[in-house]
Design a protein around this ligand. Structure first.
Ligand SMILES: [Zn+2]
Length: 95
């Protein structure tokens, strides 16, 4: 996936954002605020549904970032035990 917006570096790993993730986050916020939350917990103010929807979309983006960072940090270690041991010997793999 190509990045459209560079967000800098985390632990030396370049982090970028593709515009399609913002569309996905907006759809999550919208579907929660206008459909799922009002039917699951009726009687609340519209702003409360939107706040919860937007916070949920941010949590989704943060968890996606954590997932992808974990790939970047641990992928060399998860190939196979033999590869992991070899990588550990060369310090390419974190313990
Ligand atoms: Zn994954």
């Amino acid at each position: 996936m190509n990045e459209n917006l560079s967000l800098g570096r985390i632990a030396g790993i370049h982090v970028g954002l593709n515009w399609s993730l913002l569309v996905v986050a907006a759809l999550i916020a919208w579907s929660l605020a206008t459909g799922i939350l009002p039917s699951a917990a009726p009687g609340q103010a519209s702003g409360a549904y939107w706040t919860a929807g937007i916070l949920s979309a941010f949590v989704f983006l943060a968890s996606l970032l954590a997932h992808e960072l974990a790939h970047s940090v641990w992928a060399p270690c998860s190939i196979s035990l033999q590869s992991r041991l070899a990588a550990a010997r060369t310090r390419a793999c974190r313990p």
